[in-house]
Design a protein around this ligand. Sequence first.
Ligand SMILES: C[S@@+](CC[C@H](N)C(=O)[O-])C[C@H]1O[C@@H](n2cnc3c(N)ncnc32)[C@H](O)[C@@H]1O
Length: 208
Amino acid sequence: MVQATISALLSPKFGLPKWWRWIQFFIPIGLYLGVLIQFDPIWALAIFVIVWLVFANAFKERVPLYLTNDTTREALKALVKKRRKVRFLDLGCGLGGNVAYMSQLKGVAESHGVETAPIPYLISKLVTGLRGGQTFAMDMWKTELAYYDVVYAFLSPEPMPKLWEKVKDEMHSGSVFVSNSFAVPDVEPTEIWELDDSRKTVLYIYRL
Ligand SMILES: C[S@@+](CC[C@H](N)C(=O)[O-])C[C@H]1O[C@@H](n2cnc3c(N)ncnc32)[C@H](O)[C@@H]1O
């Protein structure tokens, strides 16, 4: 208890957000309980490996896995409504839901997604294999954006400035870059769509 309390009190001094206090507090207690019940540490290792296989990009890119909801997919549908033969790309496609959904729309000719976290990639491959679209095990920084008419990203604030450089360099005129929730700093979006879902999703739309 002493160790838990000290670590909880010290954590903000090391620059961690407030909610980390609880994590700091419960780790020593969890370890103590683990010793009491003789918890085999191999399980901790196994859980760590699974978490890493799902969230690998949280460490490397500071982008974890969370998913686009149905309301946002409807908005993407509205975005491509009047277009024809659209080539759609989801940068970091997670479990492949967007790629499969977009592949089923009339105006969409090709729907692709790239993903590097191992477990999401495998699930996305399966989902797109069954429902349509294609998933590639590719780093988003190696994609050729020039091929696509609509590029969608739901990432984090971290990669946005660098990603915008890539978008500007590669995407052709008339194409659209959409970022869910995270605006490009210091760049005025062409449109901002505020969606009527529980998380009040905001789509930042940049027409090149
Ligand atoms: C917030 S999730 C969004 C998943 C999906 N696009 C959706 O909207 O439902 C971001 C995804 O991007 C992936 N990702 C992050 N950096 C990446 C990179 N450099 N190359 C490929 N995928 C990446 C993560 O593994 C994660 O699955």
